[in-house]
Design a protein around this ligand. Sequence first.
Ligand SMILES: [Zn+2]
Length: 107
Amino acid sequence: MKLPSDQRKTRPIAGVLFKLPLMIDCETFEGFITEYLDGVMPMRRHFVFTMHLRLCPECRAYLKQYEKTIAMTRSQSEIGYSEMGMGPVPDDLVNAVLAAQNVAVKK
Ligand SMILES: [Zn+2]
């Protein structure tokens, strides 16, 4: 019995790519998401990030869901802050960046 030809083609390629130095695993990818969405990601990391995004449908779906959640959270907090006359406060942003850096340092 033969494997479907598309499986034989894609699986070994993905397996090799994920072992290259520039490739990151799904866990690392998740750790980079806040940085990516805040637009503070260094170019080299941005490259490995988008590379993983292309290769991994699960992370594409995850990122989409994440963006949706962030958009909802932001619009809610902006309403809250403007009611207090402060405008959007970057505390969330700072925390997100710090969290992303912790992940990067651990790695
Ligand atoms: Zn992934």
